[in-house]
Ligand binder design. Sequence first.
Ligand code: C5P
Length: 309
Amino acid sequence: MSHPPHAVHVRAPGKINIALRVGSPRPDGYHPLATVFQAVSLYEDVVAEPAPDISVTVTGRHAAQVPTDRSNLAWRAAKLLADATGTDTGVRLHVTKGVPTAGGMGGGSADAAATLLACDLLWGTGLAREELGELAAELGADVPFALTGHTAVGVGRGDVLTPALARGRFAWVLALSDRGLSTPSVFRAWDALHPDPVPSPVLDPDLMSALVAADPRTLARHLVNDLQQAALELRPDLGDVLEVMAGTPALGTIVSGSGPTVAALASGPGDAARIAEAVTAAEVASEVLVVTGPVQGARLLEHVRGDDD
Ligand code: C5P
């Protein structure tokens, strides 16, 4: 990639929720979560260059669906960092999307995390990772995880993270949809399905053992997503994807986060290719990808310094 005289290039990953347990909404409207995030090898790339104002352009997967105005999470991340650090210059942000838009994989959150890191380097504001994490949580519940990556347990709104011990690499097959699902509408559908109070969510300790054991077969038995039924109510066609995957060597299947991306866990790369082939042949997804996890969080790929730096 060719860069202008001064540019910072940061890459941040998308995620899958291996387990996502949900409780009744808190007074602030957010639902308490207990979740295990895993960062996977699908990325958002953000290139930041000096500019008088903050602006965003977007290319890549589903780019046409992404707003480039002040509602864009990358725009909001740059503005938040500028305000928090008293920075009065701007930035030109270019986002190249690899993570599906409104796909339940934290693509917008990855943009925000990458932008925080890129602008911190471009502007020389020098925040500690912990301080970036605090700003990340203000931008959205999934943003802190896009900064840290790997595998982590999230509680609170999903933003209070503890690294999880996970060994090995897992192969996932993703069935994408070209129509996104809005996260708030999936949580509202969950509310409608749960008129009575649901106790605070907890994670099954056996799931944590399966991650340490690096055993996809055991892990597959613990895939759980409390939002899955709500996502299926809004998008019954996702049932077809799950059904097709069930007829493949997939060890387990799950809707990713609030959907509509559906993930299948494979025993390894060979089975992943076979699952992907079957899902592609069944024509139930707009795109089928094989990814691996865990991968690292937001990281600097290149920092080109201008003559005046
Ligand atoms: O934090 P973020 O902006 O990503 O969340 C988007 C929306 O998803 C929230 O406004 C809320 O409606 C819903 N949400 C929730 N509980 C969570 C996380 C998100 O209800 N823990």
